[in-house]
Write a protein of this length. Structure first.
Length: 193
């Protein structure tokens, strides 16, 4: 009875990850040699399966370096793809802007182009009246602009909420690393076969 109580304590520590190798070997011997109570049969099956796969696995010394290199290469390839597309897109847009500007500049200066050089005529004789009219028009435009951007306050709230979710990117990065480790593990299994 005392021995069974000790085994139960060792099992609890084993499942918490607090046992030493000697204690785990003691648990293994217990499940191999003795009659096990019915409540411990799943534990016995676990330890028997662990004993069956207890062959020494040779781990290369540079495995950590290889894993970290593979992760770094995968991250670099992802970031390069995004950068290339944004850089090429912005370069294309800048090039088109320059071409359109040059084209319109030369057409405007030529007398036979689409945009013929025309002189502007004043619509107001009194500069004071023209100034007041411009002032009124700009105030109207400013008012309409402010009305249009008033609804964007809700977007600012959403942006603040999204900023609070920034730590989740670390979890996503960790998931990527775990996936890469699983792929490396699968490759290792294929190599062993």
């Amino acid at each position: 009875m005392e021995n069974l109580k000790k085994i139960k304590e060792l099992l609890d520590r084993f499942y918490d990850g607090e046992t030493t190798m000697e204690e785990e070997q003691e648990l293994g011997r217990f499940f191999l040699e003795s009659n096990v109570p019915e409540e411990m049969i799943p534990d016995k099956e676990l330890f028997l399966s662990m004993e069956a796969g207890s062959e020494d696995v040779i781990i290369p010394e540079d495995l950590n370096a290889k894993i970290l290199d593979a992760i770094d290469r995968a991250e670099r390839s992802e970031t390069k793809t995004r950068r290339i597309s944004w850089f090429s897109l912005s370069g294309l847009a800048a090039g088109l802007l320059v071409l359109i500007s040059v084209y319109l500049f030369f057409l405007k200066d030529s007398s036979h182009g689409i945009f013929k050089a025309e002189t502007m005529e004043d619509t107001y004789d009194d500069p004071e009246v023209a100034y007041n009219e411009v002032k009124k028009t700009l105030a109207y435009v400013s008012n309409k602009f402010n009305e249009g951007t008033g609804d964007l306050k809700h977007v600012q709230k959403v942006n603040r909420s999204v900023e609070n979710l920034q730590p989740l990117t670390f979890i996503n990065k960790g998931n990527k690393e775990i996936r890469l480790l699983k792929e490396l593990e699968k490759a290792g299994e294929i190599n062993r076969q």
